[in-house]
Design a protein around this ligand. Sequence first.
Ligand SMILES: Nc1nc2c(ncn2[C@@H]2O[C@H](COP(=O)(O)OP(=O)(O)OP(=O)(O)O)[C@@H](O)[C@H]2O)c(=O)[nH]1
Ligand SMILES: [Mg+2]
Length: 423
Amino acid sequence: MRAIGVIRKSRRERVSREEFEELLKSAGYEVLAIVEQVREEHPRYNIGPGKLEEIKRLVKELNPDKVVFANKLTPSQAYNLWKELRVDIIDKWQLVLEIFEKRAHSKEAKLQVELANLQYELPLVKEAIRRIKMGDRAGFKGMGEYQVHQYFKHIRYRMGKIREELEKIRAEREIRRKKREEEGFVLIALAGYTNAGKSTLLNALTGESIDAKNQMFTTLDTTTRRFKVRGKTMLITDTVGFIDDLPPFIVEAFHSTLEEIVKADVIILVLDASEPWPEIRRKFFASLDVLRELKALDRPMIVALNKMDLTNREDIEKKAILLRELVDGRANIVEIVKISAKTKTLNELYNAIERAIEYLPKFQRFEIKVTDPGKVGKVLAMIHAMGELLDVEFQEETKIKAYIQTGLIKELTKLGVEVRRLG
Ligand SMILES: Nc1nc2c(ncn2[C@@H]2O[C@H](COP(=O)(O)OP(=O)(O)OP(=O)(O)O)[C@@H](O)[C@H]2O)c(=O)[nH]1
Ligand SMILES: [Mg+2]
């Protein structure tokens, strides 16, 4: 597929040309030309009418399959542009959806992408119907009046069906989550801009080998795995990455996937520290915006400056200081750490996780008294798997002090062991 890209920059819209080209590449386009303009939004065409003439000439000359706008187009702008240029017009969000479509493997991801697509298309079809009613004969995607009406109905029907199916998948996920909650494991979620290194970090922490590639939106599915930090077992979840202005229809379609972040006890916000500071800053704020929308800003958050192997000590220290000034008082950021997921330089992160979970109600110090000597071995094994042993005295009755998680209390009580909280 061959595309002409159009970028309009204004005071309010900070569109990154580099990122736009990256998105076009990720979606599989050959970029024939990029047209840029600095001006405020034109109500009819988004870009100015003069620029439109230039694009018209380029379309004639280069014959692209699509013209892709880096800005968000209103349904009526998309329609007007299509009438003028007579070539497929898409904007940045449809471009993101095209990438999602290529990457969706699981049934859930495929349904979520389809739902997002339909949600996007619905206002466009409404606009077409409105215009047809006003006597406009242009139709929509080659369809006439009757077909457009049928298509509108079809979209509504499909959306309902997909929502039902997603709801079923979501209920299954909820059951799994409940079970995990009962087990009492601490849940940590990875969050952050696409390509920051979240999946690489999950792999480094758990020995997993999920896809991690230098391209945007590699991950669309959620993966949850167990891992241990200094003897304590917890769960870590990797999910879809963020982008500037992640549109509400994508957030909505991917809600159950993103929910894993909201349900986490601790969030690790991953940033690519090898990028120039303005990029780090932009992506940090974009990530906070998404977390705000998800209502996840109250979670304890560790910010991980990743890819430190690609930069030097001085540079990363400087970025950490700038970031510290930036986060001052924002969200619930408990710590900033410098790591490399690739070289498994993760010490600072381990320390930070250890400190962050100390304050969670799930992990508390308990005294456990075991009167039946036959059960001592079993109890110690359970604590080893799901808690952390602090002290043990073997007397007539064995006294154990340990950090344990709520799920374990139930298990221990079932064994007939006395469990008492130590303040
Ligand atoms: N040099 C270096 N490269 C890294 C590091 N962490 C991740 N990468 C690379 O960065 C690219 C993106 O990594 P991913 O783990 O796929 O990133 P992600 O955040 O999961 O991306 P999405 O799934 O698209 O949201 C890959 O090429 C990784 O090899 C690191 O610490 N150092
Ligand atoms: Mg990933």
